[in-house]
Design a protein around this ligand. Structure first.
Ligand SMILES: [Zn+2]
Length: 464
């Protein structure tokens, strides 16, 4: 199906091809996403927030409200996948279709802004290389302190009833990035953990951390892979041939067995004083690892990140799904805990869940005038319970079909073609996503939509 997003991106490519060779969106982002369906920070954030919102709607409208109490079966509710539209339809049976669409827009734009700030942690100069923003280089205390401090600032902002909450929302997005990176950058999964670390967000100390002089990784657990680039990789990565590692058992067994936390060093990372945080050479520590991380060639070679399904960027690619699943759960839990601490009224203010008629009108007018989501995907759904039974899966595939029909209908309602497709446009955010030297490979800003572009982009590149 033809879409404006693709056309816009194609133009963008052509323009950049003509002007400069550094034309591709973030190379690591692009390659990972175009070669495998890795789960991005954006998707993790949206799923986690939807799960928390589903709980909010259940507690405040579906369960508590006597007149609606019979409408939902609790077990079925928590096992069913919902989009934000679905939640509004259930919680507000009095809304007509237009009201569902327009009154869910303020919330959707807020979720979109939280997702954007989250993704920008990997792009902005001020945070891209800061180890504590990504739980890199064993900076567990500093990263956890960062989350605590941001959480405190959010609560402070909310307690002031006259304060604009944009900054609090930005902080929430940034903080969730760090929280999510814990699961893909540390050895939490490799320790055998199947649930989230409950201390993050409440304590600076979130477990026993490896001492600076304590080896955590071994040279023997990784296989070096070296091969020439495909045309696509030549365009997006550049440093060919590609050299990266497939690592299975490179974390020292005693570290995992004793539940000692470690995380990978990244060659270009800095501490909060902007001093290089170099991987030690006198003790074998783990690297983040990726074709872009030069520290992965320093013993212990390889790396441990689980940011993607691609070995090119993630030596522990086989654990990506587990890390992403826990990151969704941790996101949901963090937002639930925040709700408990600020109360439902303030939670509603933070997310604008129940907007005024004026706010609904203003949001739909902005959409009619061209305002779009940057990363938010209206059709993405989530359910609260982790276990998904067969009948639920069947229901989900049916729901997906209904959603596609609905999204076409919604677009028609607003008289615009692509309200349901995010723009991925960061041009007003003062970050250069086309910079091929941007080396941060952490979970990715973009969604799977871009996969379809690969063939087209190669075709364009060939014509160069
Ligand atoms: Zn990160």
């Amino acid at each position: 199906m033809k879409s404006n997003t693709y056309i816009q991106l194609s133009f963008y490519l052509i323009i950049n091809l003509a002007g400069t060779y550094a034309f591709i969106p973030h190379p690591l982002v692009a390659d990972v996403l175009l070669s495998s369906s890795s789960i991005s920070h954006a998707e993790i954030t949206q799923r986690g927030i939807i799960r928390s919102l589903a709980r909010f709607f259940f507690d405040t409208r579906l369960f508590a409200n006597d007149t609606n109490a019979t409408l939902v079966n609790e077990e079925a509710y928590f096992n069913t996948d919902y989009t934000i539209d679905d939640l509004y339809e259930l919680a507000h049976p009095e809304y007509n279709a237009f009201e569902v669409t327009s009154c869910s827009l303020p919330l959707k734009f807020i979720v979109d802004s939280i997702m954007t700030e989250n993704a920008l942690v990997d792009f902005k100069d001020s945070t891209q290389k800061v180890a504590a923003a990504h739980y890199d280089g064993e900076s567990f205390i500093n990263a956890s302190r960062r989350i605590l401090q941001f959480r405190g600032r959010i609560i402070n902002a909310i307690s002031n009833t006259s304060q604009d909450l944009s900054n609090a929302r930005d902080l929430l997005g940034q903080l969730l990035h760090t929280l999510q990176d814990f699961y893909s950058h540390s050895n939490w999964i490799e320790m055998g953990k199947t649930d989230i670390n409950e201390l993050i967000g409440f304590n600076e100390t979130i477990g026993i951390v490896a001492r600076p002089d304590q080896p955590t990784c071994t040279n023997n657990g990784c296989t070096k892979i070296e091969h020439s680039c495909t045309l696509w990789q030549k365009i997006t990565i550049g440093n060919c041939p590609l050299v990266y590692y497939d690592c299975q058992n490179n974390i020292l067994p005693e570290i995992n067995n004793q539940q000692i936390l470690t995380s990978g060093y990244y060659a270009t990372d800095v501490n909060e004083n902007n001093e290089l945080l170099l991987k030690p050479t006198n003790v074998e520590k783990c690297s983040h690892g990726s074709v872009r991380d030069d520290s992965s060639n320093i013993p212990a070679i390889g790396g441990i990140n689980k940011d993607s399904y691609s070995l090119i960027f993630s030596p522990h690619a086989n654990l990506h799904k587990q890390a992403a699943d826990l990151a969704v759960k941790a996101t949901e839990q963090f937002v639930n805990d925040l709700r408990r601490d600020i109360g439902d009224h303030n939670f509603d203010r933070l997310f604008v869940i129940n907007p005024s008629g004026e706010e609904c009108h203003f949001a739909s007018a902005s959409v009619s005038q061209g305002k779009r989501f940057r990363l938010f995907t209206p059709n993405l759904s989530a359910h609260v319970k982790d276990n998904c039974r067969f009948w639920t899966k069947l229901k989900i595939s049916f729901n997906k079909f209904v959603r596609t029909i609905k999204s076409m209908w919604t677009s028609a309602l607003f008289g615009v073609e692509d309200i349901n497709k995010p723009t991925y446009d960061f041009s007003d955010k003062e970050v250069d996503v086309t910079n091929v030297n941007n080396s941060r490979a952490a979970p990715y800003a973009f969604g799977q939509e871009k996969f379809k572009l690969k063939k087209h982009m190669i075709h364009l590149a060939r014509k160069r």
